[in-house]
Design a protein around this ligand. Structure first.
Ligand code: ARG
Ligand code: ZN
Length: 429
């Protein structure tokens, strides 16, 4: 009996220690909805201090009354931040208490664990692994895949585009997908790998993939911001921008999705290098955006569909984000996004918002989608994948397959529409 009692105490002690660790010494994500202008101002202040990282909205300037804020608070400033919130009667909810564990879970390489049932594509991969994967994919599928070097990053890492091509029909059209413009949006990189794997495995088996690949080449850039991505694995999981050093400031990094030449650096971007939405010194000042822009410029006659993959918030966006004006083919784009969102709802019972970027989220000039659109790629989209803020950027590996499958169905829906609208029906078998 006595031993049983001691055992009981020990068990609870363990539990106590565990909860203690969870709530006190871990990094956390807080959800806070400011109710007054004063609270808004306090939050803006908090989010620019104490090494916190704003998850939502992207920049403090968008913090508004009654709009939910997601804030990453590292353990060492947790007390200070919470005291400050309390002092101003700002209530908060702990969205994620076990941030460290989630990050550990995302970076664990369980490929050697025999109990793990997850495949390569249901895990997140380091930059090095992705480079290996690019090589292997090309070697294993010499008839369908070619890696094209389109430039290099600020820190001189190669930028590889995979070209999927199943035939050499004259006047062959194409689509483009880039992933990982923003470093911390790991589900984005995972999607590009997923897409390639799915295309290669289901060509000639799945009707939609077959029709798409028969009619279009696909260019895929799995890691548009390799320096930033590497940094999220080694140093700071919450990093968004690239890693270029500024001449005028000690702050590092340009937001590559504000660096394109589409109403560059107007409202919705910032010329202040220390912000998360820094537009850079001039349009295409960054080697990463320049490489993409150069490639698309030289392929603009064939590329009909541009797609950029981000996370999180579950949205299918199209131009414009750099102005409130409507795109010339707004009705078409809206219809396509709506159909894609319906497919996601039908097959996966999940809800995606859709609409023009500026009206659905906020003004965001200098984005790749708007720039590609103005270049003449009339079907241009940005997808924000899962989730809606339960895990934010820390989507667990177990949710990768669902997130990618629902995005895939949206891509297929739109790609098929593009083919239908732009290509005369072919008579080949
Ligand atoms: N959330 C992403 C960002 O802030 C995409 C917003 C849409 N903007 C755009 N230009 N597509 O960059
Ligand atoms: Zn993004």
């Amino acid at each position: 009996m006595k031993t049983l009692f001691i055992f009981f105490v020990l068990m609870n002690l363990d539990q106590l220690l565990k909860t203690g660790r969870c709530t006190e010494t871990q990094d956390q994500i807080l959800s806070i909805t400011p109710k007054t202008q004063e609270q808004v101002d306090i939050l803006k202040n908090v989010s620019t201090q104490y090494e916190t990282a704003l998850w939502q909205p992207v920049s403090p300037q968008y913090i508004k009354e009654e709009n939910e804020v997601h804030l990453f608070v590292p353990a060492n400033s947790s007390e200070t931040v919470k005291d400050l919130l309390q002092k101003h009667a700002i209530t908060h909810r702990v969205l994620l208490a076990n941030t460290n564990e989630l990050i550990e879970m995302q970076t664990r390489n369980d490929s050697t664990d025999p109990r793990s049932s997850s495949t390569f594509y249901e895990r997140y991969h380091s930059l090095e692994d992705i480079y290996h994967w690019i090589n292997r994919t090309q070697q294993d599928n010499p008839n369908m895949v070619k890696a094209i070097l389109i430039g290099s990053s600020y820190e001189k890492r190669p930028l590889y585009v995979l070209k999927l091509s199943v035939n050499n029909r004259p006047n062959k059209k194409a689509m483009w997908i880039d992933c990982g413009i923003h470093a911390r949006e790991w589900i984005s990189h995972a999607f590009c790998l997923w897409f390639v794997q799915n295309s290669l495995s289901f060509y000639k088996l799945n009707q939609d993939i077959t029709r798409i690949l028969d009619n279009m080449d696909v260019y895929i850039l799995p890691v548009m911001n390799p320096d930033g991505y590497q940094y999220t694995w080694t140093t700071n999981r919450m990093w968004r921008k690239n890693r270029s050093v500024s001449k005028s400031s000690n702050c590092i990094g340009v937001d590559l999705n504000r660096n394109f030449d589409a109403n560059w650096c107007t409202e919705g971007a910032s010329d202040e290098p220390c912000t998360e939405i820094y537009c850079g010194a001039f349009p295409e000042s960054e080697p990463e955006s320049q490489a993409v822009a150069n490639f698309l410029r030289s392929h603009k006659d064939s590329v009909q569909f541009y797609l950029s993959i981000h996370s999180y918030s579950q949205m299918l966006l199209f131009p414009y984000s750099c102005t409130l004006d409507e795109a010339e083919n707004h009705k078409d784009l809206l219809e396509m996004a709506q159909e894609a969102a319906q497919a996601i709802r039908r097959y996966y019972r999940n809800t995606y918002k859709y609409g023009s970027g500026a009206k659905t989220i906020y003004l965001a000039p200098g984005g790749s989608d708007d720039w590609a659109y103005n270049l003449g790629i009339k079907y241009s989209f940005t997808f924000e994948l899962q989730d809606r803020g339960r895990y934010g950027f820390l989507l667990p590996p177990s949710l990768i397959s669902r997130a990618c499958n629902e995005a895939l169905i949206a891509v297929k829906t739109i790609a098929l529409k593009v083919i239908e609208k732009t290509q005369a029906p072919t008579s080949h078998p």
